[in-house]
Write a protein that binds this ligand. Sequence first.
Ligand SMILES: NC(=O)c1ccc[n+]([C@@H]2O[C@H](COP(=O)([O-])OP(=O)(O)OC[C@H]3O[C@@H](n4cnc5c(N)ncnc54)[C@H](OP(=O)(O)O)[C@@H]3O)[C@@H](O)[C@H]2O)c1
Length: 318
Amino acid sequence: MKQKEILLFGASGQIGRHLIRKLTKNNYKIIAVTRNIHRAGYILKTQANPGYLELVELKNFNLSKIDDLIKRATLCINLIGILYEKKKDEFKRIHSDLPAMLSQKSNEYNLEKFIHISALGIENAHDSRYANSKLDGEKRVKENFNRSIIIKPSIVFSIDDKFSTRFMSLLSLLPIMPLYYNGKTKFTPIHVTDLVEIIYNIIESKNNNLVLECIGPEIITFKEIIKKLLKLINKKRILLPLPLPLAKLSAKFFQLLPNPLLTEDQLMMLKYDNCISGNYKNNFDLGYIPKRKFEEEVNKYSYNWRSGGQFADQGTQK
Ligand SMILES: NC(=O)c1ccc[n+]([C@@H]2O[C@H](COP(=O)([O-])OP(=O)(O)OC[C@H]3O[C@@H](n4cnc5c(N)ncnc54)[C@H](OP(=O)(O)O)[C@@H]3O)[C@@H](O)[C@H]2O)c1
C-alpha cells in the first residue's frame, strides 16, 4: 500500500512537533511547511526517522507552490495560528484567508481530508478580533471543503507550550501576580499528547464533516492554575485582583513589547470561559478520553523554574 503523505502547515509549533512524532511513528510521511527552514529545521529534523519527514520552506503563500504541494498529499492539516497581530489585519490573513485558501485547494485536488485547528470558547467573544477571525476561518473552511474537520482545543499545555512555561517564568520573576476578572475564568486544559492522540484517531477513522471541541479531564479557574503553578515551582506570590480599567491600561503597555505578555484583545478573551459550548460534539462524545491532568503533567517539567532545579528540596517556599 502506498504510504500516505500528510501536508502539515504550522509544523514547527507545539502541536505540530508532537503530531509529526505520532504520525511518522505510525508510518505516515509528513511534508512539513515552515517559513524559515534554518530556524525551524534544527527542531523539526529530530522529530522523525529519515525518510518520513520532508521540510519545505514557504515564505509567502505562493499559489503555484501550494498547488505543487497539495497535489502530492493525501490529506492536509492546518496548524498555523497567532496570538497577537504584528501587522494590521494579520488575524484575518492568518486565521481566515489562509485556511480558506488551503481548504479550497484541498477541495480542488480532492484530498481525503482537510483538518483545520481553530479554538475553543470563541463563539461568544464578539469583542475579540482573535475570536472573530478564528470563527470566520471556520465558516470559510466549511464552505470550501464540505467534508472538513475542525478541531477546537482548549488551552494546550506541555513543556513546549507558551502557557504554563510562560506563567512559571513570570511567577519566578514577579513578586505580585495580577488576577484578571478576579481569576474566575474557567479553563479545560488539554495536554498536547492527548490532543495529538485525538487528531491521530480522527485521521485513522472514517470521520469527515466534523466540528470537535477538545478538552482535558478537568475544569480549572485561572486563579487555581496560578496557585498550582506556584506550588509546583515552590514560590509564594501575592495574587492581586486587578480592576478592569487598570488591567486595560497594563495591556496597553504590555502590547507595545515585541513579544507581548498580554494584549487588549487577549484581555477581552480572558473574560470568557474556555469550556465546551455544547453546540458541537466533543472528544468525550466520541470516546476520546483525555488522561493527563494539569498539575501531574506540569510537575514533570516545573523543576526548570524551581530554585535549585530538578533536585531541589520541594518543601521550602521562596
Ligand atoms: N496552543 C494552544 O493552547 C492552542 C489553543 C487553542 C487553539 N490553538 C490553535 O492550534 C494551532 C496550533 O497551535 P500551536 O500552539 O502549535 O501554535 P504555535 O506553537 O504558535 O505554532 C504555530 C505555527 O504557525 C506558524 N506561524 C506563526 N505565525 C505565522 C505567520 N504570520 N505566517 C505563517 N505561519 C505562521 C509557525 O510556523 P513557522 O514559524 O515554522 O513558519 C508556527 O510554528 C493554532 O491555530 C492555534 O491558534 C492552540
